[in-house]
Design a protein around this ligand. Structure first.
Ligand code: FES
Length: 109
């Protein structure tokens, strides 16, 4: 039995100004508890924030990877227990959690 998974296209992701959380649940990120990261977002995000699971964000080995749109803020090595902080400070407070930023794309200073 096969199941179809809707994956958003790059255009879909770039054309919206709506707040969206993209959680990688690929093989590499699952080693770092990405499924629990996703579940914690799922259980605690308000309904107006879209939550998407993708099979890879192209940054394997730095998981769990989380991307917040529309501002394109990347978080790496996200632990399930840190999800609440991302929701509180970034999603609700509009202040990215500097200590968790992915250093490849963001400066922490
Ligand atoms: S598996 Fe998560 S970035 Fe590739």
């Amino acid at each position: 039995m096969s199941s179809k998974v809707h994956l958003p296209s790059i255009n879909d992701l770039q054309q919206s100004s709506k707040r969206r959380i993209i959680v990688c649940r690929g093989r590499s990120c699952r080693k770092y508890d990405a499924n629990r990261v996703f579940e914690n977002f799922q259980q605690n995000l308000s309904p107006d924030v879209e939550l998407i699971s993708v099979p890879c964000l192209g940054q394997c080995g730095n998981g769990s990877m989380v991307l917040v749109e529309p501002e394109l803020i990347w978080y790496s090595q996200v632990h399930p227990d840190e999800v609440a902080m991302v929701i509180e400070q970034h999603v609700m407070g509009n202040k990215p959690v500097k200590a968790m930023l992915y250093s490849k794309f963001h400066s922490k200073t």
